[in-house]
Design a protein around this ligand. Structure first.
Ligand SMILES: CC(C)(COP(=O)(O)OP(=O)(O)OC[C@H]1O[C@@H](n2cnc3c(N)ncnc32)[C@H](O)[C@@H]1OP(=O)(O)O)[C@@H](O)C(=O)NCCC(=O)NCCS
Length: 170
């Protein structure tokens, strides 16, 4: 049975994820991992870094959107595991999740945030700009090595600088 769309007025603002959310987060990521849009992450991966994940829910508390922030060195962090349930897409859930992740990045003192994505237009809406992937060597070496699409990568790197002052001006 196809799930009914979630009306926008029934979508709750994104919040910090908790360990109780992990099973639903794993379920939400599943189809996007299968298509190669997201890298595989286990429940243990999510649990270990739960403080850096944000989730959006419907009025019943069901997780309909999620995303995480992965710290790198030198003030740089990556948006990871960004997913919105098909029935809730196109209603600002993804934008809301990334906004909360940028708040978290500012809180932790990361000046720069990047993502590797097939939906650069979505990130451009948030002020990210497209840059050369070669600017992020750590990412390329560690994560790309385990990506099933590593030999035919079509992801685009997007980058947001000066995150803290941007968030302060919101
Ligand atoms: C990409 C994704 C997270 C967007 O979430 P969403 O809740 O549907 O997006 P929003 O409703 O917040 O989108 C807001 C804006 O981004 C734009 N946008 C959304 N998806 C887009 C896409 N695929 N390409 C270009 N722009 C997009 C929308 O047009 C909208 O702009 P507008 O307000 O000017 O019309 C969601 O489609 C998804 O889960 N996709 C599958 C997994 C994936 O690709 N994750 C990203 C990995 S980096």
């Amino acid at each position: 049975m196809t799930a009914l769309p979630v009306p926008s007025q029934l979508i709750v603002s994104p919040r910090a994820a908790t360990l109780d959310d992990v099973p639903a987060m794993v379920q939400l990521m599943g189809p996007y991992i299968a298509t190669g849009d997201l890298l595989p992450r286990t429940a243990a991966d999510l649990e270990r870094d739960i403080a850096n994940y944000r989730v959006a829910t419907d009025q019943h508390g069901k997780v309909i959107g999620m995303g995480g922030l992965k710290p790198y060195s030198s003030g740089l962090a990556e948006v990871i595991a960004l997913a919105v349930a098909p029935r809730a897409q196109g209603q600002g859930v993804g934008l809301g999740v990334v906004e909360r992740l940028l708040d978290r990045a500012a809180e932790l003192g990361f000046a720069d945030v990047f993502a590797l994505t097939r939906v650069p237009g979505f990130f451009h809406r948030l002020g990210f700009t497209t840059v050369e992937k070669s600017r992020f060597p750590l990412k390329v070496w560690f994560d790309c090595a385990r990506c099933p699409r590593r030999h035919s990568c079509d992801e685009i790197a997007v980058h947001l600088t000066d995150v803290a002052s941007r968030r302060a001006s919101k």
